[in-house]
Write a protein that binds this ligand. Structure first.
Ligand SMILES: [Zn+2]
Length: 468
């Protein structure tokens, strides 16, 4: 823990607000400047570009990035030097000649991906904790930060009729108050960003009325949170008969939304839910439009979907492999994001009028899959719990190829027949395996407060046995 964070946690709540606001001013200066309005307008204009306008755009952006990476970025420069030594004459001007970059390689030495004409001390530093608790460091120039936040303003706020000037809230994994704290506030008001930052760690049924009250009191117009957090709020509203705060829109990040969650959330809040997809490395981003379709932001990166070494057709699922174009100082080329996705075949234009390409689905993280002895990779297992009715949240722990534990947070009425139903449905999908169902009070979150649907304890040998 940093000293600054340690000091922050000892401050009384009112002083924490001041500390958060001071940090907020600093962030605001990084994110927004005199160019912001122009950048937002340009982003909005590009949303209706034709395919040929995009090809022209990529034809200038991509070669510039590849050339910069091959000549100024230590990791890539050495990669190409090594290939040349081996007599490989492949040109770095073609994306398909580049290796796929795995997360672990970036995590091991992130500084080797920073161009050598950049001074990291003058850059914005983003440290990600990652879903599996492994962290990495990313560096952005001021221009990159501003370009990114202009895109975010256009497509994560303006699409939904709100802006950065409105009051908004976020439920996140930063410890804005100690985990042991029993009484509100479990949040801090950052007036520089008009943001109420709420702790994901205190979101228990008992505390939810206080969370809803804070949203109302701060006149919050939109909320960003993991879909599991928003769903927890919605369930409490429904079950405890609470009055929902008046929000214009709820925006989810970082977790896929299941159809049944969306239904419960939109009914409880009487407001639309919009799904977004992205990652801190910013190599691809997508947001849901008012017509309910998930549009890819083309200027963020080149998207490839790859299965067993080959590009898949539109409409088929593949691993997301993306080349980021926003951050030209720390190029991530053909970066395997760790999620699987399907691109919607072109042909039926979206009724929102935007011409941007689309994902028809994000299948969730490739490590959210259960692996079977017969080599199947099974995702979307949330369906096992969705209709049981007496389970709030669940997590599948794969102990071996034939042995599973399912942690559930039970609701009133959870009994042996619910348990038997879960086991039967799980076996329907996965096969004849040992499975136990264990009720718990709270399912442990990852370091950044995220709920993992599947935790795999398979060894590399067991994975090999399953052919993965
Ligand atoms: Zn649309």
């Amino acid at each position: 823990m940093s000293l600054a964070l340690e000091v922050y946690r000892r401050l009384p709540a009112s002083m924490q607000g001041i500390a958060a606001t001071l940090r907020g001013y600093q962030l605001r200066r990084w994110r927004y400047g005199p160019e912001t309005d122009r950048l937002v307008a340009e982003a909005r204009e590009r949303e209706r570009w034709s395919e040929s306008e995009w090809s022209d755009w990529y034809a200038t952006q991509l070669p510039m990035l590849l050339d910069r990476a091959a000549t100024r970025v230590p990791w890539y420069r050495e990669h190409w030097a090594e290939r040349r030594r081996r007599g490989d004459r492949a040109s770095w001007s073609y994306l398909e000649n580049w290796p796929i970059l795995e997360k672990d390689v970036l995590r091991a030495t992130p500084e080797r991906f920073l161009a050598d004409d950049c001074d990291p001390r003058r850059m914005f530093v983003e440290r990600t904790s990652g879903t599996t608790g492994k962290s990495t460091t990313l560096w952005w120039s001021r221009a990159t930060v501003r370009e990114w936040y202009a895109l975010f303003e256009a497509r994560c706020r303006n699409w939904y009729g709100v802006s950065r000037h409105d009051h908004w809230a976020i439920i996140g994994g930063q410890l804005v108050t100690p985990v042991s704290r029993q009484r509100p506030p479990f949040w801090v008001w950052n007036s520089a960003l008009n943001q109420l930052y709420m702790s994901a760690w205190h979101l228990s049924a008992r505390n939810i009325p206080a969370y809803l009250g804070a949203l109302e009191r701060h006149r919050i117009r939109y909320l960003f949170a993991y879909s599991s957090a928003i769903y927890t709020l919605a369930e409490a509203i429904r079950e405890q008969g609470l009055r929902p705060p008046r929000l214009d829109v709820l925006v989810t990040n970082a977790e896929p939304v299941h159809a049944h969650q969306r239904e419960v959330i939109e009914a409880a809040f009487n407001a639309p839910l919009r799904e977004t997809y992205g990652m801190s490395e910013i190599v691809t981003t997508a947001t849901e439009c008012e017509a309910g379709r998930l549009h890819i932001w083309p200027e963020v990166g080149v998207v490839e979907l790859i299965e067993e070494g080959h590009a898949v057709m539109d409409g088929e699922v593949g691993d997301l492999v993306c080349t980021g174009l926003v951050n030209q100082d720390m190029p991530l080329i053909r970066y395997r994001v760790g999620d699987r996705a399907v691109r919607r075949p072109a042909g039926v234009p979206c009724s929102c009028g935007r011409t941007m390409p689309e994902f028809s689905s994000i299948e969730g993280r490739s490590d959210d899959l259960v692996l079977t002895r017969d080599g199947r990779r099974i995702g979307q297992l949330q369906a096992v719990f969705q209709t049981v009715g007496t389970v709030s949240e669940a997590q599948i722990i794969q102990e071996s190829l034939d042995e599973f534990r399912i942690l559930v947070t039970p609701r009133p009425g959870f009994d042996d027949s619910a348990r038997a139903l879960i086991i039967a449905r799980f076996r329907d999908r996965v096969g004849d395996v040992a499975v136990s169902v264990e009720p718990v009070e709270l399912i442990p979150r990852t370091a950044n407060g995220k709920l993992r649907y599947v935790v795999s304890r398979l060894t590399p040998e067991q994975r090999a046995l399953a052919g993965s």
